[in-house]
Design a protein around this ligand. Structure first.
Ligand SMILES: [Zn+2]
Length: 95
């Protein structure tokens, strides 16, 4: 089988929340966005101002067809944060 071409690690509608009392993984539903723009803007905001260590990016979900925000392995640098702040400023200008 070679149907895993588009497989991504966090392509699902839930996100890990915490480990339960019995060691089970507790998940919560991910926020859904109706468009790439919305999801991207939110991801930029988290990347610029959030206390996240890893960069977040918007992706289209194959199970619900909406957009979600997922973590990438890329670690955010101060430079990245500045870049996202600028990107956000540009995005809000175009509204
Ligand atoms: Zn989904």
């Amino acid at each position: 089988m070679s149907g895993n071409k588009f497989k991504q690690t966090n392509m699902k509608c839930t996100t890990f929340k915490y480990i339960g009392e019995n060691g089970e993984k507790i998940e919560k539903p991910k926020k859904q966005f109706n468009s790439e723009e919305e999801a991207f803007k939110q991801a930029c905001y988290y990347n610029a101002y959030g206390n996240t260590i890893h960069k977040l990016s918007a992706y289209k979900c194959w199970s619900c067809g909406k957009w979600h925000i997922g973590r990438t392995p890329h670690v955010l640098t101060q430079e990245d944060r500045e870049k996202y702040k600028q990107r956000l400023a540009e995005l809000s200008k175009n509204r």
